[in-house]
Design a protein around this ligand. Structure first.
Ligand SMILES: Nc1ncnc2c1ncn2[C@@H]1O[C@H](COP(=O)(O)OP(=O)(O)OP(=O)(O)O)[C@@H](O)[C@H]1O
Ligand SMILES: [Mg+2]
Length: 250
């Protein structure tokens, strides 16, 4: 449902920020709970405008105090949005006023690197408090039955990140940072990622994919030391033989 938060312009930033705050308060009041009063909101609103976002829309799987959004975490609220040039619906991650992170800039930079190897939602643009990215219509991995093909695709994406030295660092936590769309995994939320370290995404995922990662210890150790294609393939074959029960729907 379109709530009608048109981010139109032609007015000064302060006025624009305040005007948006009032519109938001009326249309998607839940945003003012997470984005706060006019101070933080006027920054977010000014950034939305300069990034070319023209509309915020209600809709998505998460119900927040009676309003639907795409999702909510500790650091951001993710809202469906429209852009003045890029067609279709996008996902705008808006930094919460009480976020522990001072900005979303790092997440935006790392997502751009991940996109370079075909990983993560496609990034459109970003700023300090806003990331505009592809909307992923899917369910969290933790609620999906994981089959061999899905596990394989996910491990391949993790391997692609390992190769460019991007460690996501939150992939072991029960699949919350992987959305599954039509059987295809999409890794999201790169805010805790690090660059150039030795922490492997493939190894982080083992905990999320198999019930008894200990049984993969030797192959995991080999991959950790070698990081070779051979070691990766050996590990993948072991994992795909074991996936399933942990995340199967009841
Ligand atoms: N591109 C997207 N398309 C659709 N939904 C998304 C997208 N990105 C995030 N979401 C949804 O919004 C939720 C919160 O996003 P995200 O994890 O990036 O926020 P966060 O504040 O960093 O969360 P956390 O507290 O888990 O670190 C996700 O769990 C997911 O359900
Ligand atoms: Mg996060």
């Amino acid at each position: 449902m379109v709530v009608g938060l048109i981010l139109g312009g032609g007015v000064g930033l302060n006025y624009w920020g305040q005007a948006i705050f009032k519109l938001i308060a009326r249309g998607l009041p839940v945003l003012s709970i997470y984005l706060g009063g006019e101070d933080h909101w006027s920054s977010v609103a000014a950034e939305l405008k300069s990034l070319g976002v023209v509309e915020l829309l209600e809709g998505g799987p998460t119900l927040l105090f009676g309003s639907r959004v795409l999702g909510k975490g500790q650091n951001g609220v993710v809202v469906r949005c429209r852009h003045e040039v890029a067609e279709g619906e996008w996902a705008c991650k808006l930094r919460r006023r009480d976020a522990s992170r001072p900005s979303l800039l790092w997440e935006g930079y790392v997502l751009r690197l991940a996109n370079g190897v075909g990983v993560g939602p496609r990034l459109l643009t970003f700023s300090r408090n806003v990331i505009v990215m592809e909307e992923v219509t899917g369910s969290p991995l933790s609620g999906e039955a994981v089959d061999a093909a899905l596990a394989r695709r996910l491990l391949e994406q993790a391997r692609a990140l390992d190769r460019i030295g991007v460690s996501h660092n939150e992939l072991a936590r029960g699949g919350r940072h992987v959305l599954v769309r039509g059987g295809e995994p999409v890794i999201i939320d790169f805010e805790s990622a690090t660059l150039g370290g030795r922490r492997s995404n493939v190894l982080q995922l083992l905990n999320a994919l198999v019930r008894d990662p200990v049984s993969l210890r030797d192959a995991a150790r080999r991959y950790k030391v070698e990081r070779s294609d051979d070691a990766f393939r050996e590990l993948v074959e072991l994992v795909v033989g074991r996936v399933g029960p942990r995340f199967s729907k009841p």
